[in-house]
Ligand binder design. Structure first.
Ligand SMILES: [Cu+2]
Length: 279
């Protein structure tokens, strides 16, 4: 489920009109419904057509983690997977690589080459970066680490170093450690995803966004100062649509079927949501 942002800007339409002489009627349609939106659209067209980005602005990206649409609560809440098994979550950490903002014309702006996110540590769940002005249509990142990246290749930070995938199991980095307890502790939930036996289970996530950066706070009336993207990982999406059940799984780091299941389901765990209370 990808909730699209609220500010839908049709960048192509105004470009056509702006190529006409300046005395042409710029607002081709009656500006009755959303005049501010139309103005924003025109301005976006100008920036794009001039081919430069005069205004940089801060873009903040916050990662949220939810289960059943509510913020993830560690250790206490018993959740339930589609197969009816209950579980809680005691740990959720992962690595994203090649995070970038992509413009409609296909060019991109690098945000983070490698980032460690620990859902229990707010200092790891938010990025802020000065971004050139313009319109961005996709937030893209790889979940995990590109194939063939040996351990030690990512920036030498403590957080990344503790994500080592054991050399006898293929080496490299864990993409994710998602742990908890199943059925009130009858067994452990140990969903570790990584380059099991050297196979690449990482995947690229492209999230459609409608992000306009111009360095001015609150350019869009219902948008907070600066630009803020809220990315949500819905933890329960890891268990579906391909059924991933817990009973008897044990440690899956050498289990190709389990790795493939999580990798396939993982393509649907992220979405971008508008700002909403409680997240
Ligand atoms: Cu592991």
């Amino acid at each position: 489920m990808h909730a699209t942002a609220r500010h839908v800007v049709a960048a192509g339409t105004p470009l056509q009109s702006l190529k006409q002489p300046m005395n042409a009627k710029l607002p081709l349609r009656p500006v009755t419904r959303r005049p501010l939106l139309v103005l924003l659209t025109l301005f976006t067209g100008l920036v794009v057509s001039c081919g430069d980005n005069p205004d940089a602005g801060d873009v903040t990206i916050t990662f949220h983690h939810t289960v059943a649409d509510a913020p993830l609560v560690f250790n206490s809440v018993d959740y339930i997977n589609p197969a009816g098994e209950t579980y809680n979550v005691t740990r959720l950490e992962y690595i994203l690589t090649d995070a970038m903002l992509v413009r409609a014309n296909g060019t991109s702006l690098d945000l983070q080459s490698a980032a460690y996110i620990n859902a229990a540590d707010p200092s790891t769940t938010q990025w802020t970066k000065k971004v050139p002005g313009g319109q961005y249509s996709t937030l893209s990142f790889r979940f995990g680490v590109p194939a063939g990246t040996p351990f030690g290749d990512l920036p030498n930070s403590g957080n990344l170093n503790q994500m080592e995938w054991p050399a006898p199991m293929g080496g490299g980095y864990h993409y994710m450690r998602l742990e908890g307890l199943v059925e009130a502790g009858s067994e452990a939930l140990l969903s570790h995803l990584g380059p099991s036996r050297g196979t690449d289970y990482s995947f690229v996530v492209d999230l459609p966004i409608d992000l306009y950066v111009d360095g001015e706070p609150a350019q869009v009336p219902d948008q907070a100062p600066g630009s803020h993207l809220h990315v949500t990982m819905e933890v329960d999406q890891w268990w579906q649509p391909n059924p991933y059940t817990f009973a008897g799984r044990g440690m899956i780091m050498g289990d190709a079927d389990a790795q493939a299941l999580l990798s396939a389901n993982g393509e649907n765990v992220f979405s971008v949501v508008p700002i909403s209370p409680g997240l």
